[in-house]
Write a protein that binds this ligand. Structure first.
Ligand code: DX5
Ligand code: ZN
Length: 218
């Protein structure tokens, strides 16, 4: 399975967003991770469709949109229309996660399901046949720069096992608190799609991206 590096623009300098996106694209990023927050599912509000639409003009990178939004089914068509390539919804945020994921697939986008740290891994059972990616949050969603929750390690392993038992080579994404110190460990637990906000965008953006790309892909 391929390892994929996903810089999260939540930690970018929004005054220089286009420029910084080009830098990560040119230095080995696979996906651009785009965190949309609605102030209800999480207390924070980040940004929405107009930003994605503008970014679509500056890069061909895969847009991996992480919807921290209540009932995201309301917005699937809008996000598809502004250039998202993949949409990840939270199991906790949907009345009917299957209907939401089916709507995403119907628009021809990759579909992801996410669970927050307090949510049992078994919730992936409800949607395993509909998703292209399972996101195991390794911090409580809402903010960049938080500390990795150590009890995520067994949850990543459990998720890998859940899909393996079904014969599925699932992309397993981790998001939150990933750094130079723990990236190898999360990968050895079974994660292959790695989101990084502050570890990429703080300091030397090109150098950080190159470092993690080399680390993950050799
Ligand atoms: C948090 C977001 C993350 C965030 C990660 O709710 O989903 O994508 O940007 O930031 P770091 O890597 O700094 O923890
Ligand atoms: Zn995210």
């Amino acid at each position: 399975m391929k390892n994929l590096l996903c810089p999260s623009i939540l930690s970018a300098d929004f005054a220089r967003l286009g420029e910084q996106v080009r830098i990560v694209a040119d230095n080995g990023a696979d996906y651009l991770h785009i965190d949309v927050m609605d102030g209800i599912f999480v207390p924070q509000i980040s940004f929405g469709m107009p930003v994605i639409k503008s970014l679509r003009k500056v890069t061909d990178l895969f847009f991996d949109v992480h919807l921290m939004v209540t009932e995201p089914i309301r917005y699937i068509d809008d996000f598809a229309g502004c250039g998202a390539d993949g949409l990840t919804i939270h199991m906790e945020a949907c009345d009917d996660p299957r209907a939401t994921l089916e709507r995403i697939k119907k628009r021809g986008l990759k579909a992801g399901a996410a669970i927050s740290p307090g949510t049992p891994v078994e919730r992936f059972e409800e949607v395993y046949d509909l998703i292209d990616m399972a996101l195991v949050m390794t911090v409580n969603p809402g903010l960049g720069g938080q500390k990795y929750i150590e009890s995520s390690n067994p949850r990543i392993m459990q998720t890998r096992r859940l899909f393996k038992d079904k014969g599925i080579d699932m992309d397993i994404q981790v998001d939150g608190g990933i750094t130079r110190d723990n990236i190898e460990r999360v990968m050895s637990c079974g994660a292959n799609v790695i989101v990084m906000g502050s570890s990429v965008f703080e300091g030397d953006v090109a150098g950080n991206t190159e470092y993690f790309a080399r680390k993950m892909k050799g």
